[in-house]
Design a protein around this ligand. Structure first.
Ligand code: KIV
Ligand code: ZN
Length: 554
């Protein structure tokens, strides 16, 4: 359970909304098994609150949140909870009884459930979106917060588009929400419009003028439309907020949300000026960043603060010279602090299963017997091909295995012929959901194209490849290759605005990930993973029942 702010007034709660606001980013669709793995990763990271989803959005969303509430939101059997924090599990609900009921249905089995309900308060939203008078908005907030409070002890209320709302009106609605039972009042800059001074001033005003504010925790939730989400969130904390809502890698609608790693590392690195504490184990940051990127198919830009591939790289000669003399000349944080020190795996290719299991457990992976056998077989294969197997290689291997473990169609084999002497040709061998094996050959402009054509001919779901990325997990010519793809359902469909009033996304995007020493195999795996997600989302197949590799609560 999170720290009591009354015990440590400088404790800032980290409320992670990767699985709710983050999952709303185009292409971030996650399967419920992936959501569960990310929730476990967030727990390991030490977040205080996991906003696990929006249960009223669909039965699948409700089920995903329910599984997280049960499996991540509870102490482990046998009292191991002493060694971990059991996070609050939160479900989002619009200000309606039906939504609040669904949220409660999903989260009620968590040890610490929380209902997060919201209603817009800006003149623009009230007039054009809600078509409600301000008095009606106040009444609805009062009624719905009280209703949520009748079900759940912990209720958060957000006045949507607070950044463009009248401060005096906010003081009124927030005071009413607290009176009706809200324990957290969250202030969203929904469209990323405010400047840091302005947003800090807004929070200061709320802390000074909202009736009953001392009974609630003030929270901030910023979007990055002007690239100011982190600056605004920090200004909000300095002005009195003690909860910050964030996503891993800053993913989210449009330009995204405040990024978890930026806020946490700013508070951590500049503690002397901030003086705030969080419960985050910063050494888990890189790992959760990679997991979210691989599962969503949304790559992290190389120059992204903290988690970008270049965040700790020093290219310029002068910088390298300085670094050799003294690391602090150009490094304000140690890479190890965010989990970047990639220790070389001491296991050789003659090491046994037991040693591999022990090492994986140290890395946070606890495998079932079958999963361990498979991982061991794949590790041996890799060790045969590669001189040095690093933790990064192992991470890629395990994540790839997680993907393959919940496939609808499975890649059983792939053979390609390519080069300058003929038509690039690929033959794939796929296992269908009912166990049928199909072998299919196709030609293409290159080996990846040929492989994708062959897969398409078997799976038969129209799609457009909108992004394809390949990169090496480690340095060296024998490195494992990682491929991420993003596919859109429908052929040649590009999402667009139908009219200014009705913004309709005609197509959804789905991410896929694959890793192998052969990048054509990795490409085929990534493509099939994205297609499998699409098939499940379109209701054409159920995901395979899986026993996912679970990470221990350490
Ligand atoms: O940005 C926003 O306004 C939100 C609310 C639901 C809190 O995500
Ligand atoms: Zn938001």
């Amino acid at each position: 359970m999170m720290q009591d702010i009354n015990v440590n007034p400088n404790y800032v709660r980290i409320f992670d909304t990767t699985l709710r606001d983050g999952e709303q980013s185009p292409g971030a669709t996650l399967t419920s098994a992936e959501k569960l793995e990310i929730a476990r990763g967030l727990m390991r990271l030490g977040v205080d609150v996991i906003e696990a989803g929006f249960p009223a959005a669909s039965p699948d969303d409700l089920e995903g949140v329910r599984r997280i509430a049960i499996e991540v939101g509870n102490p482990l059997p046998g009292g191991e909870e002493l060694f971990r924090t059991v996070p609050v599990i939160c479900g989002l609900a619009r200000a309606s009884k039906a939504d609040i009921d669904k949220a409660w249905e999903a989260i009620q089995h968590a040890a610490h459930p929380c209902i997060h309900t919201f209603l817009a308060t800006s003149p623009i939203h009230m007039r054009y979106k809600l078509r409600m008078e301000p008095e009606e908005v106040v009444d609805r907030i009062r009624e719905m917060v009280a209703y949520a409070r009748s079900l759940c002890e912990d209720v958060e209320f957000s006045p949507e588009d607070a950044g463009r709302s009248e401060p005096e009106f906010l003081y009124l609605v927030l005071g009413e929400a607290i009176k009706a039972g809200a324990s957290t009042i969250n202030i969203p800059d929904t469209v990323g419009y405010t400047m840091p001074d302005e947003f800090g001033g807004l929070i200061k005003g709320i802390v000074a003028n909202t009736p009953g504010v001392e009974q609630a925790v003030v929270s901030v939730h910023c979007h990055d439309d002007l690239g100011l989400a982190t600056a605004n969130a920090l200004a909000g904390i300095q002005a009195g907020a003690r909860q910050v809502e964030v996503t891993v890698n800053g993913i989210g609608e449009r330009a995204g949300n405040t990024s978890l790693e930026e806020v946490v590392m700013a508070l951590n690195t500049r503690r002397a000026i901030f003086g705030f504490d969080t419960g985050i184990d910063t050494t888990q940051i890189v790992r959760i960043s990679r997991m979210v990127s691989n599962y969503t198919g949304i790559l992290v830009q190389p120059n992204k603060a903290i988690v970008g591939a270049n965040a700790f790289a020093h290219e310029a000669g002068i910088h390298q010279d300085g670094m050799l003399k003294e690391q602090t000349t150009y490094e304000i944080m140690k890479p190890e602090t965010v989990g970047l020190s990639r220790s070389r795996l001491v296991l050789g290719k003659h090491s046994g299963r037991h040693a591999l299991r022990a090492h994986l457990e140290e890395m946070g992976y606890e495998l079932s017997k079958e999963d361990l056998n498979l991982a061991f077989e794949r590790y041996k294969n890799l060790a045969d091909k590669k001189k040095v197997v690093t933790d990064a290689d192992l991470e890629a291997l395990i994540e790839d295995q997680i993907y393959q473990s919940h496939e609808v169609y499975q890649l059983e084999g792939l053979q390609v012929a390519c080069g300058t002497m003929g038509m690039p040709t690929a033959t794939v061998r796929l296992r269908s959901p009912d166990g049928e094996i199909t072998v299919q050959a196709s030609v293409g402009t290159g080996p990846v194209h040929a492989a994708y054509e062959a897969i398409d001919a078997v799976v038969g779901v129209p799609n457009t490849l909108v992004e394809f990325n390949v990169h090496a997990v480690t340095e060296g010519i024998d490195a494992l290759g990682e491929v991420t793809v993003r596919l859109m359902n429908g052929q040649g469909t590009i999402p667009h605005r139908k009219s200014p009033q009705t913004e309709i996304m005609h197509a959804r995007t789905f991410g896929g990930y694959g890793a192998d020493t052969d990048i054509i195999v990795a490409s085929a795996k990534a493509y099939l993973a994205a297609l499998n997600k699409m098939l499940v989302a379109l209701g054409r197949h159920q995901p395979a029942e899986t026993t996912l590799i679970s990470s221990p609560a350490d």
